[in-house]
Design a binder for this molecule. Structure first.
Ligand SMILES: *[C@@H]1O[C@H](CO)[C@@H](O)[C@H](O)[C@H]1NC(C)=O
Ligand SMILES: *[C@@H]1O[C@H](CO)[C@@H](O)[C@H](O)[C@H]1NC(C)=O
Length: 303
């Protein structure tokens, strides 16, 4: 979400010039794959472009691939609203498999919806291996509501909100609207489980796909960042894999209280036990953090 990242840059004006830690002459950095959020693109100089530069400055020699979904930045932005997510994930899987620089494995960092899309990559495409997954404001149990959209795209969001309200689980809307594919309506749990083409599948709502479970557990770490004053994501618990309790739209439950965890349908309980799940919280609205916070809390996972 470009708008919020602009303020991130304003609070961290030194980020592009900051000197990183000195590494040895050998290039043993782990490559990083980034997937942007809704309304943003791979290469926006004030969002993903700035993040890429910042990380390249901190970890000399690192290969950072900021994913572009489509042939150019405009397509990339539009596809974040309108392209079948399963198709996006499979495109990314083949791109990663063909990139010789990723052969030995990579870390992944997803922003907002890009985080749950990268989790699908981890679950479906074990080669090349994803080592660590860092979810920055991701929506792992989906969303129920679209309270606010990033500035430049607010007219698109009005259209999307209408479509979601009128029939998020119709095949037409599911196929063509990205946000419908992670729309999670706790009052219509049967519809969600049956018709959600993306989220219900990766969250093992219909069947337990043992491959997903096995692949996700290959991660060394799964880090989830929650924004404490988030006004974009509803409910914010989803950023830590929690959600609204089924059958009502008020009370929430944590990941640890959910059936997904108690039945360990996805391997998350096992990962938690093994110390692989990391839950981080930070003050601020959606995707707003300072360079100091990033360096202290996320950078250590990228080495
Ligand atoms: C380090 O390796 C990566 C991946 O092969 C490559 O993209 C990058 O240019 C290398 N960096 C240096 C400084 O050699
Ligand atoms: C489980 O996931 C794998 C990897 O995406 C897929 O090839 C397979 O068809 C899935 N199996 C079921 C039962 O959905």
């Amino acid at each position: 979400m470009a708008a919020s990242l602009i303020s991130f840059l304003l609070v961290a004006p030194v980020l592009l010039t900051a000197a990183g830690p000195v590494h040895g002459s050998s290039n043993d950095t782990v490559p990083l794959v980034i997937w942007h959020g809704m309304g943003d693109s791979c290469c926006n100089p004030v969002s993903m472009g700035a993040i890429k530069k910042m990380i390249e400055g901190e970890i000399p020699g690192i290969y950072v691939l900021s994913l572009m979904i489509g042939k150019n930045v405009i397509e990339d932005t539009e596809n974040g609203f309108f392209m079948d997510v399963n198709q996006q994930v499979s495109m990314v899987c083949s791109q990663l498999a063909q990139d010789p620089k990723l052969k030995a494995g990579y870390n992944a960092m997803g922003f907002s919806q890009g985080a749950q899309f990268l989790r699908a990559v981890a679950q479906r495409c074990p080669s090349p291996p994803m080592k660590k997954l860092i979810s920055v404001g991701g929506q792992h149990q989906g969303v129920y509501g679209l309270p606010r959209c990033p500035g430049e795209s607010s007219h698109i969001c009005d259209i999307i909100r209408k479509a979601l309200n009128s029939g998020a689980y119709t095949d037409m809307v599911q196929k063509h609207l990205v946000q419908a594919q992670y729309w999670h309506d706790p009052l219509n749990d049967d519809l969600y489980k049956k018709h959600s083409l993306f989220l219900a599948d990766i969250n093992q709502e219909r069947v337990i796909n043992e491959t997903y479970k096995k692949n996700l557990q290959q991660l060394e770490k799964f880090v989830m960042v929650k924004f404490l004053q988030d006004t974009v994501v509803d409910p914010v618990d989803t950023e830590w894999f929690g959600f609204l309790k089924t059958g009502q739209a008020k009370e929430t439950e944590t990941l640890q209280q959910s059936v997904l965890y108690t039945e360990d349908r996805l391997g998350l309980a096992a990962m938690d036990k093994a110390g692989k799940l990391v839950f981080l919280a930070t003050e601020g609205d959606h995707l707003q953090f300072t360079k100091e916070w990033f360096d202290k809390n996320l950078l250590p996972f990228l080495h």
